[in-house]
Design a protein around this ligand. Sequence first.
Ligand SMILES: Cc1ncc(COP(=O)(O)O)c(C=O)c1O
Length: 386
Amino acid sequence: MPRTVTDFDIPTLRARRTNKWHKFPDDVLPAWVADMDFGVAPAVAEVLARLARDQEYGYAAREGALAAAFSRRMQRRFGWQTDPADAHPIGDLVQASFSSVMAFSDPGDAVLLQLPSYPPFMAAINDTGRRLIASPMRDNGTRWVLDLAAYETAPDAKARVLIFCHPQNPTGRAFTRTELEEVAAFAIRHDLIVVSDEIHADIVYPGNTHVPLASLSSEIAARTITITSATKSFNIPALRCAVMHFGTPDLRARFFARIHARLLGSPGVTGVDATIAAWDDGQPWLDEILAHLQANRDWLAQTIGAELPGVTMRQPEATYLAWLDCSALALPCPAGQFFLDRARVGLNFGESFGAQYANFARLNFATPAPILREIVGRMAASVRQR
Ligand SMILES: Cc1ncc(COP(=O)(O)O)c(C=O)c1O
């Protein structure tokens, strides 16, 4: 048994049959996909053990339970009052973003998206025959900021949807209320439906606050689908359980007029029970994890500054992801490939977040401190030896 909530070693982690630890050869330390090298909250472990002990795998009677837990959580954590009747259980957020794009636009229509972007958002646009209108964020020397004004010079008459990632993956931005008000005004002005992906909302560091976009006003709520889950913050992505929240019953009706609910599937009983346990009873565990993540983030920012000259990292305000700008290293190949080949560290390649980001890489720092030290030590050595 681990002594602390973050006490996991490499053999233990590699013994897990996870994508994170098995995508690369065994001499590579993985720091890519967004799950955590920790365990789960005791409350989550208990409900899963109970299901296994009682062999409770018959058709589940949980009608409305997940939606009610969602409403409790949003109220308690973000002061956002929602009606459980507006929340719909779903297997995962990627499905929610694809189906929302399909419900609120037609092939040939345009969908706006900030870059760099979590790759499946681009797929939700391109693979469904919509046109991606990129809205690149800007590094203002301190942090990554939105640049909505650029779009105003050439708005697209067939723009229907904005996919908004908040907090933002991969830049780690937790947008301020002022920025969110600008996004809301922008969406209203251009008559866009907003898909607000708030999956990282629980991983926000002191000094920042998560404000659900739909909580700003009834006007923005009426055009916002908020998609979220407990999977990132409570480390249960394999359990496939998420929630779509429609800002009004009318928005919900418009969605289901285009997408049959039966096509979306529904989360399994393990996902539902674990999510409810996490949201209702998992916060003490998450608080411990957040303290560890904050320490990792601070150590990482400091060490990158000191040991990896040529790599720039803006302090993430949220998420356990660091977006590393390696442009100044002038590497002979994409940054992700360089660190894979020379450091034996498996990062997310920057170019998967937008073609222009080959000089970037995304590092997942949700790992025990000794492993993070080894990852960054290997990267620093590879840069020194290049
Ligand atoms: C912003 C964002 N949305 C969605 C997901 C994936 O969610 P799901 O596994 O529920 O599809 C991730 C995972 O990294 C993510 O970072």
